[in-house]
Design a protein around this ligand. Structure first.
Ligand code: ATP
Length: 199
């Protein structure tokens, strides 16, 4: 599995449709200061469901939509598509290529698609949850974050490593299972009360 391409349109400094084709291995993006290198990384985080404007270096989520320049009017929506090569079947879906799309309008409304079919963000999160990529999986290491890891307290550093190792999804599943058990216990208690009343 590897990232095959990224298409951005109306996202931050990318007003026109721009496609970056990626190969397996290391890709370097070079360019002058302010040319949009970090915006490429922001686009990847955003399409994977990032919903913190701060994490995307903005004040509010609409800041991701192209705001216009001296020669070009602002746009009404941002759209990013990330295409993942799935020939090794790492993603649990019967396609050798998986495209994930997120579209956002100035109203704040977001739409998501998997291979062109409308879906919920939850469907995307579930699809990616076993692959190690996703919003909370630490696959994107931002500027200054390495320093934060190196200077973190041992227990915080352990938390970073656990998340990167994929422990997070198991912790979430455990929490979900515990919530279900809790609800079940409440139902059982209620049943016991009702049975006692009927006796
Ligand atoms: P550096 O090397 O300094 O880190 P960079 O190449 O990573 O820079 P970015 O931070 O990705 O650059 O891009 C910054 C540019 O993106 C700025 O020129 C900014 O005006 C532009 N930009 C950000 N959001 C928008 C937006 N919504 N509409 C238009 N342009 C935007």
């Amino acid at each position: 599995m590897y990232l095959k391409s990224l298409t951005v349109k109306g996202f931050k400094s990318f007003a026109s449709t721009t496609t970056l084709r990626l190969e397996p291995g290391i890709t370097c993006v070079v360019g002058p200061n302010g040319s949009g290198k970090s915006n490429v990384v922001d686009a990847i985080a955003w399409v994977l469901g990032e919903h913190s404007a701060k994490a995307l270096r903005g004040g509010k989520m609409e800041d991701v939509i192209f705001a216009g320049t001296a020669g070009r009017a602002p746009l009404g929506r941002a759209e990013v598509t990330l295409t993942i090569d799935n020939t090794d079947g790492a993603l649990p879906i019967d396609y050798t290529e998986v495209s994930i799309t997120r579209r956002m309008f100035r109203s704040g409304e977001s739409e998501y698609e998997i291979n062109g079919n409308s879906c919920r963000l939850l469907d995307i999160q579930e699809l990616l949850s076993d692959s190690g990529i996703g919003r909370e999986m630490h696959v994107i290491v931002g500027q200054g974050q390495l320093d934060a890891v190196l200077h973190a307290k041992p227990e915080d550093r352990r938390a970073f490593i656990e998340e990167a190792a994929g422990v997070l999804k198991h912790r979430k599943r455990k929490e979900k299972a515990l919530r279900k058990l809790d609800a079940m216990q409440t139902n059982l208690n209620r049943l016991t009360d009702l049975t006692a009343e009927l006796r």
